[in-house]
Write a protein that binds this ligand. Structure first.
Ligand SMILES: CC(C)(COP(=O)(O)OP(=O)(O)OC[C@H]1O[C@@H](n2cnc3c(N)ncnc32)[C@H](O)[C@@H]1OP(=O)(O)O)[C@@H](O)C(=O)NCCC(=O)NCCS
Length: 181
């Protein structure tokens, strides 16, 4: 089943990226502190931010899911990305928020919306996620939404904790249908 956008949370909504999102997106992808543990581990220039938006759109068209724009409902501001990407590790959950929005539970809300889409309409059998070993806040987000640690692995030349979520096996926080608690 295909997704119906936007994905709606209490404070956030997720929708596909659009070319017009470049300015707001580059404020996030161009920030060295934000990008420290993302991908290659550094900020990107404006041209690369535009390419990343195009890649997110192409991924959506090809797979029916992608990294989506995270919008704060109260203000309409684009505050980052969150979503699902096909990688060498499997279908990987990820999220990146601009600094003004850290520490308010928003990454957890965005990640939960992605997980709900994955186990609901997208019926994906298994999700993985990686968190740089020096990025405990990211690992905590994954644990809060029910991912389990599976060990450590190298990615982009850095050590990462690897996580997995398997619907029906990995408990979903607050879900009484969970089979493993
Ligand atoms: C990592 C990131 C997504 C967290 O976003 P956030 O909105 O602040 O996350 P939340 O508020 O939903 O949850 C963070 C959790 O980590 C905890 N945390 C924060 N800093 C921590 C630290 N240094 N050690 C341990 N836990 C920490 C918080 O207390 C919170 O857990 P709690 O709800 O149990 O108290 C955000 O900082 C970000 O976008 N960073 C840059 C991009 C990035 O690193 N993305 C992940 C790539 S793998």
């Amino acid at each position: 089943m295909s997704l119906s956008f936007p994905l709606l949370g209490d404070r956030l909504l997720l929708r596909s990226f659009e070319p017009a999102d470049l300015e707001a997106t580059h404020r996030v992808y161009g920030d060295a502190e934000v990008m420290r543990y993302v991908g290659e581990g550094g900020p990107v220039d404006r041209g690369r931010s535009a390419e990343m938006i195009a890649e997110h759109r192409a991924h959506q068209a090809r797979h029916g899911f992608a990294f989506w724009a995270v919008i704060e409902r109260a203000t309409g501001a684009l505050i980052g990305d969150a979503g699902l990407e096909v990688t060498e590790h499997g279908v990987e959950l990820g999220y990146t928020l601009g600094r003004p929005w850290w520490g308010r539970g928003l990454a957890t809300e965005a990640a939960q919306l992605c997980l709900d889409a994955a186990v609901g309409p997208l019926t994906l059998p298994r999700l993985v996620a990686l968190a740089d070993v020096h990025n405990p806040a990211s690992a905590r987000v994954l644990e809060k939404i029910g991912f389990r640690r599976r060990g450590t692995t190298q990615a982009f030349g850095r050590a990462h904790h690897s996580f997995e979520h398997v619907p029906g096996v990995t408990p979903v926080a607050g879900d009484p249908r969970s089979t493993t608690r």
